[in-house]
Design a protein around this ligand. Structure first.
Ligand code: GRF
Length: 205
């Protein structure tokens, strides 16, 4: 059984979607070992506790990034976490985190990376005028919203969209994309080749 650590900063709908996928068997052989939030006021904290997941707040406000990350990593180790999923975790992580969980640290970003990394990606997409937007689940590396891509899903940008309507359309895809990405990583059937995450037995070019 793979022990997941889910990190949140907000409402936690992706956390609940992962929990549902485990409960209904879509994501087998995994369990949520702990939920960590860097914000006490995050709505997802109460939702995680309602579901009975061990949940801790490690406040990041005013703290040195590396020290906060070290505390987070210590907590994850305490719960013997195998795979860490950033799910609406609104904090850039330091190499401390990346080194602690090599190829075991995932993030979801609501754009089709490498387009529109960073803050407000849905608004960035609208301002740019793209007609297709989406979401990306990727491994975390030292650069923001940059690591090897595991799963992407696209959605159309519709006339009259604003950041909220586009975000809602993307979020619907995110709720299944994250568990698909986790299942892919846990399957052991994929490997990283260059920037690509490919089936292990696929031929090299
Ligand atoms: C998602 O759109 C995710 O891609 C982004 O923040 C949002 C989190 O939503 N990083 P929730 O907290 O899981 O509801």
């Amino acid at each position: 059984m793979t022990r997941l650590g889910i990190l949140i900063s907000g409402r936690g709908s992706n956390l609940l979607a992962i929990a549902d996928a485990i409960a209904d068997g879509t994501l087998p052989d995994a369990e949520i070992a702990v939920v960590l939030s860097n914000k006490a006021e995050a709505a997802g904290v109460a939702r995680a506790r309602e579901r009975g997941f061990p949940t801790h707040v490690i406040e990041s406000k005013g703290r040195i990034r590396a020290e906060h990350d070290a505390d987070m990593v210590a907590r994850l180790r305490e719960y013997k976490v195998d795979l860490v999923c950033l799910a609406g975790y609104m904090r850039v992580v330091t190499p401390i985190f990346v080194d602690a969980f090599p190829q075991r640290l995932l993030n979801m970003h609501p754009s089709l990376l490498p387009a529109f990394p960073g803050l407000h990606p849905q608004q960035q997409a609208l301002d740019y005028g793209v007609r297709v937007a989406g979401t990306t689940v990727h491994f975390v590396d030292e650069e923001l919203d940059h690591g090897v891509i595991i799963v992407q899903r696209s959605v159309p940008v519709l006339d009259g969209d604003d950041a909220q309507t586009l975000a809602a359309r993307i979020l619907e895809e995110e709720h299944t994309a994250y568990s698909e990405a986790i299942a892919r990583v846990l399957s052991g059937k994929y490997e990283i080749r260059g920037r690509c995450y490919v089936p292990r037995d696929s031929a090299t070019k």
